[in-house]
Design a binder for this molecule. Structure first.
Ligand code: AMP
Length: 543
């Protein structure tokens, strides 16, 4: 029953565009629940199956959910694609195609148990089977919202901050207290429990529980970067690795990733971090590191996803932990201290450690665009990917992207490519062909190398959609193979070897910069140029 009520509350939230009204509906709903269901509902309202700090994930993405829905509704993928295009959301499509299901008898406790079972189920076939069974018991409306939770977005205009606000309203406590507790716990369910019990002040920063990471905003140029800091800023190298939060309490040490999952691949760092004095939480980057220089990210990547210790890999791709902030030290939470004070602490904590695999980020004071430009060039010459500028008085703002930290990266290479296939987009782009697969030239052949959401304007996308419809070679429902005639300029962060595409390479974070109607398909970039760019990003000795 309670899944139906959850879904009904979501529908009511979706039906109004007014934020105050959304919050009121959620507050009433959350207040009406019992102690066990309230934390579950708060969590599901943020479109998460498990609290952020838990490592568990359901690992049911759009495509498994798609299969489960089409099996349960006994319709083929093409028909589902048609309905999906009308809704722009698989949850909405599921409600329509599953309309004949009886209403749901599921409680939120049943949903919680089912998510745990799904998380433990290994292999896509078993997951699809179990999800199908769950959806069958969820009823059309319940299925709609279960899918939205599993795909990570309810699409009812409810951000986590509004759920926090609703909790504050429901239990007449200051919003700031709810936000603070949620930030510290990284767990909206636990926050809901404390808010209802009037115990928000009990939320403590806890060692071995990851906290949200402070994020940086991008700058386009050295001028742009330093305009934000007229009085000057601390300029650090920007290391190209994996963000990591290092917790140490007594002899226990854990590393957490930006997604707040535990990082287990870099065993050799643990005893080194353990040897630093005191209890702390450090923020930093794990980088591939050899002979006093960073290794390209593509090297570091070889170590990701290997859960079992490997004897040789740490020798082949050695790493270092580069610390750039400290947010907890010897009992003190340091969020509100200015950056410069935290830096002093960090320096004293590192003392004179001679271990090359533990480093402090390089930070120099600078003001003006010239200083930033020089710092950028020096950072690139050291093999890093750019610079960060940080305000000396910046607090640490977990989970937020602000103007206290700005980043400036190396100018990127671009490639001219041709579109070979297109897909319908998501959300407001569900009715237009906005996801493009593109290729480079290999002799007479075209070989795919990447896929990107369109960075074009809405008007351009609408125009291209019409164009692609008329130049389709093969219509597969949600995807169309098209005549290779549209040339694009794409930017990317780097190139990886990959067998996902027939070129044998994949672009990391590709972005479409513009259409190149001036460029004939015969003049697009070649596979040789890709191979050259790939080599260039590796260090000379890795070639
Ligand atoms: P981006 O991932 O491009 O949004 O850039 C932000 C990321 O840069 C952070 O999440 C860190 O992983 C990374 N980073 C590298 N060096 C630093 C540094 N010195 N200070 C802060 N972040 C850094």
């Amino acid at each position: 029953m309670s899944l139906e009520r959850f879904a009904a509350a979501c529908e009511a939230v979706a039906a109004t565009t007014r934020k105050t009204e959304k919050v009121r509906i959620m507050a009433d709903y959350l207040r009406s629940l019992d102690e066990d269901d309230r934390p579950r509902a708060a969590l599901y309202l943020t479109a998460r199956a498990f609290p952020q700090h838990e490592e568990r994930t359901v690992a049911v993405g759009g495509s498994l959910a798609w299969q489960a829905v089409s099996r349960l509704a006994r319709i083929d993928s093409e028909r589902l694609a048609e309905v999906y295009r009308r809704h722009g959301d698989l949850g909405g499509a599921a409600e329509e195609v599953l309309a004949r299901l009886p209403g749901s008898q599921l409680s939120l406790a049943d949903v919680e148990a089912a998510f745990r079972t799904l998380a433990q189920s290994r292999g896509p076939a078993l997951k699809v089977e179990r999800l199908e069974a769950l959806l069958a018991r969820a009823g059309p409306l319940g299925a709609k919202y279960l899918i939205k939770i599993l795909t990570g977005d309810l699409r009812i205009g409810l951000k986590e901050s509004l759920v926090e606000e609703a909790l504050a309203q429901a239990f007449a406590v200051p919003r700031h207290d709810v936000q603070r507790a949620n930030m510290l716990l990284g767990d909206i369910a636990a926050t809901a429990r404390l808010a209802a019990a009037g115990k928000l002040s009990e939320a403590q920063l806890r060692l071995m529980h990851p906290v949200g990471f402070m994020l940086a905003s991008p700058a386009d140029s050295a001028e742009d970067l330093m305009e934000a800091f007229p009085g000057g800023a601390w300029i650090e190298d920007k290391y190209d690795g994996i963000r990591a939060q290092a917790h140490k309490g007594g002899s226990e040490v854990k590393l957490f990733s930006r997604t707040l999952d535990e990082i287990v691949e870099f065993h050799e760092l643990i005893p080194l971090i353990r040897a630093l004095p005191g209890d702390f939480i450090l923020d930093g980057e794990i980088v591939g590191w050899r002979d006093g220089r960073p290794l390209p990210f593509t090297q570091l990547q070889k170590r990701l996803g290997r859960k079992q210790p490997d004897l040789w890999l740490p020798l082949e791709v050695p790493v270092a932990f580069v610390a750039f902030d400290v947010i907890y030290h010897q009992g003190s939470v340091l969020f509100d201290e200015p950056w410069s004070r935290r830096r002093e602490r960090l320096e004293s904590l590192f003392g004179n450690t001679l271990e090359p695999r533990l480093q402090l980020s390089r930070a120099v004071w600078g003001s003006g665009a010239d200083a930033a430009q020089r710092a950028l060039e020096a950072a690139l010459a050291r093999g890093n990917e750019g610079i960060m500028a940080k305000a000396a008085d910046a607090p640490y703002t977990p989970g937020r992207r602000g103007r206290y930290w700005l980043k400036l990266k190396r100018p990127m290479a671009t490639l001219d490519v041709v579109v070979t296939a297109v897909e319908y987009g998501h959300g407001k782009r569900h009715g237009v062909l906005s996801d493009y697969t593109f290729a480079v030239r290999d002799g007479d052949r075209l070989v795919n190398i990447g896929k990107a959401y369109s960075g074009l304007t809405d008007a351009e996308i609408a125009q291209m959609t019409e164009y692609f419809k008329q130049h389709t070679i093969d219509d597969q429902g949600f995807r169309r193979t098209v005549e290779p005639s549209v040339v694009l300029e794409v930017a990317f962060n780097n190139i990886q070897r990959s067998n996902r595409h027939e070129s044998g390479y994949a672009l990391r974070f590709p972005r479409i910069l513009r259409l190149r109607p001036d460029k004939p398909v015969a003049a697009i970039d070649t596979l040789e140029r890709v191979a050259e760019l790939f080599k260039k990003q590796a260090r000379p000795e890795d070639r």
